[in-house]
Ligand binder design. Structure first.
Ligand code: PLP
Length: 409
């Protein structure tokens, strides 16, 4: 059978696996433990045979979602977590140890920035670089460097890292290359196409899309040979060396930190994922229309959106993301507009943290997610006091434009 397209594959994924009673959705399995009729089988599953033992390590429902994410990203395997942060934490904590060196993009989500700070406290050396130019990544290399981390499209500054060139260099150097693909989603760009070893997605954002479930995922590209990676523990050094890293993230990440995705959330995210491509295309076209409109508005000082020709990585984004530019935008209003009064006048846009929702959400950054880190770090990340993050949803385009117009008056 010919390989199906993105949406067909997701829609029919459950039905094409073993599913009870011909259900078209994998059922929600709430059981916390799984019983065995045969002691040898129980032992085999504990020792690595695919199967279920205790729900902290996964259920048939999370497993069905994992299979969908793997297909979306074109990867070799996926592990899901309770949130995107749990997926990131499990990846860093299970693969890095004190004395290792991590090169991270300086343009990253505020909470990931906080996590990177925690790693430093535990003895991992971290260099933050401007990853929009691969040379800065190369210059940060040391003999202890183990891993390079970047977002495919940065939250909230919308910088686009030199993704492919970094991937090529990591391959040459034998480094683990981790990309967070949350903002562009596998519909616009598969992290694996950029050479990533591991791809992180927050499922709470576009993939779930409806603002009713939290989740996260790590997808293994199958490109990285873990046999040369010192931090893989002995029990996970078996089977194909390209799968050892994900095995360790799953075994140790879920066991040690316990950030397990619930079956209920996995089900909701799976249903949301069915319409990812449709929602994403609509949100991207809304965002582009809004960006064009606002960039001409006298009360708008600056728009950060890769779909605009004046964005520093416009061409790169067009090439990597198939001429769609995501649904996240940074907006800086002119100083004469009182930021908070403007926000209070909005009627359609929702004043809320979160992004990748069907509804358009807006948040002032310096005063909220980026507040704790202080002015100096904010400056490094390009977050001015005026910076508004807008996550564009799937509303009717004109309603979004009209809401801006009335609130800016
Ligand atoms: C939101 C977000 C995360 C964290 O995801 P949660 O599911 O909210 O924990 C990680 N990376 C990026 C780029 C995000 O936008």
């Amino acid at each position: 059978m010919a390989k199906n397209g993105f949406t067909t594959t997701i829609l029919h994924s459950d039905r094409r696996s073993t599913v009870e009673h011909g259900a078209i959705h994998k059922p929600m399995h709430p059981s916390s433990q799984y019983a065995f009729a045969d002691a040898r089988e129980l032992v085999a599953v504990f020792q690595g045979k695919p199967g279920f033992t205790y729900a902290r390590q996964g259920t048939p429902t999370t497993s069905a979602l994992e299979s969908k994410i793997t297909q979306m990203e074109g990867g070799a395997g996926t592990v899901t977590f309770a949130t995107g942060m749990a997926a990131l934490a499990a990846t860093f904590f299970t693969l890095l140890k004190a004395g290792d060196h991590l090169i991270s993009s300086q343009h990253i989500f505020g909470n990931t920035n906080s996590l990177v700070g925690t790693l430093v406290g535990l003895g991992v050396e971290v260099t933050l670089v401007d990853a929009t130019n691969v040379q800065n990544v190369i210059d940060a290399w040391r003999p202890e460097t183990r891993m390079v981390f970047t977002e495919t499209l940065a939250n909230p500054g919308t910088q686009v890292a030199d993704l492919m060139a970094i991937g090529d260099w990591c391959k040459e150097k034998g480094l683990v290359y981790v990309v967070d693909n949350t903002l562009v989603t596998p519909w616009l760009c598969q992290g694996i196409g950029m050479g990533a070893s591991l791809v992180i997605n927050s499922l709470s954002k576009h993939i779930g899309g409806h603002g009713n479930a939290l989740g996260g995922a790590v997808t293994d590209s199958g490109l990285y040979d873990w046999s040369g990676y010192d931090n893989i523990a002995e029990p996970y050094r078996s089977g194909k060396p390209t799968s050892w890293g994900l095995t360790q993230i799953k075994k140790k990440g879920l066991r040690d930190m316990g950030g397990t995705l619930s079956s209920e959330a996995a089900h909701r995210i799976s249903v949301g994922a069915e319409t990812l491509a449709l929602r994403m295309d609509r949100a991207c076209s809304n965002a582009l229309a809004l960006a064009h409109f606002l960039s001409e508005h006298p009360k708008v000082a600056k728009i950060h959106y890769p779909g605009l020709a004046d964005h520093p990585q416009h061409e790169r984004a067009a090439g990597f993301f198939g001429n769609r530019f995501g649904a996240l935008m940074g907006i800086e209003l002119v100083d004469e507009v009182d930021l908070f009064d403007f926000l209070n006048r909005l009627k359609v846009l929702i004043l809320a943290t979160h992004l990748g929702d069907n509804r358009t959400l807006v948040l002032p950054m310096a005063h909220t997610i980026y507040y704790e880190m202080g002015a100096e770090r904010r400056a490094l990340m390009g977050i001015s006091d005026n910076f508004l993050r807008v996550s564009i949803g799937i509303e009717d385009t004109q309603d979004l434009i009209d809401d801006f117009v009335q609130a800016l008056e």
